[in-house]
Every structure is written in structure tokens, then in C-alpha cells.
Design a protein around this ligand. Structure first.
Ligand code: HEC
Length: 86
């Protein structure tokens, strides 16, 4: 089985509302590695520099990332959940 198929099955198995947040964070880490890490080695550094409380950071990331390598809604939400969990 190809790795992509295993990931799909794994996320289907864990897709319950109770786990949704932890799941989004984990897939956000994966998405970050694929879409962002080549340019931003340290995700911590990206978010530590941001001012404001969590909802302000979320809004700013949302507005910024839509035109910055994260056009897909689901992927963007996962990456934001991951970044805000750091
Ligand atoms: C091709 C290289 C590249 C990729 C891929 C990339 N970025 Fe960036 N990113 C940059 C550069 C260069 C800047 C600084 C210039 C700018 O603001 O556009 C930046 C700026 C940022 C900032 C703003 C930092 C600040 O202090 O204002 C955030 C947040 C960010 N990137 C997050 C991400 C995330 C999350 C991803 C993946 C979805 C990503 N980037 C993918 C190159 C990249």
C-alpha cells in the first residue's frame, strides 16, 4: 500500500468530533512539513513573533495564508490549528 493510502485510512479512522481538534493539529503538522517547511524551518519562530491573543493571531494567519501557500480551506485550518498549538 502506498503511504498516501495509509494516511487516508488513518485519518478516516480517527475522524470523530471528539478527536477533531487533535486530528487537525496532527494533520496541520504534516501539511506544514509539506507546504511551509522548505522556507520556514522553525514553525515556533513564525508564531512567537506574532502579537495579539489567540483569536487575533488566528484572524491574521487566516487572512495572510489564503494568499500565501495555503489556498485550500481545510489545509489552511489545519496548519493554523497546528501553529496556534505551539
Ligand atoms: C517559497 C517559500 C515560502 C513558502 C513555501 C512559505 N512561505 Fe511563509 N513566508 C515566506 C517569505 C519570504 C515570507 C516573508 C515575506 C512575506 O511576508 O511574504 C513569509 C512570511 C510568512 C509569514 C509572516 C511572518 C511575519 O512575521 O510577518 C507567515 C505567518 C508565514 N510566512 C507562514 C507560512 C506558512 C504557514 C506556510 C505554509 C502554508 C508558508 N509560510 C509557506 C516564504 C515562504
Amino acid at each position: 500500500m502506498r503511504p498516501a493510502a495509509i494516511v487516508l485510512i488513518a485519518s478516516a479512522l480517527t475522524a470523530s468530533p471528539a478527536l477533531a481538534e487533535a486530528d487537525a493539529t496532527a494533520s496541520g503538522e504534516e501539511a506544514y512539513r509539506e507546504a511551509c517547511a522548505e522556507c520556514h524551518r522553525s514553525p515556533e519562530r513564525l508564531v512567537r513573533g506574532m502579537r495579539g491573543d489567540e483569536s487575533e493571531r488566528r484572524e491574521r494567519l487566516e487572512a495572510f495564508l489564503i494568499d500565501h501557500h495555503a489556498p485550500d480551506e481545510g489545509m489552511r485550518q489545519s496548519v493554523i490549528a497546528y501553529l496556534l498549538s505551539l
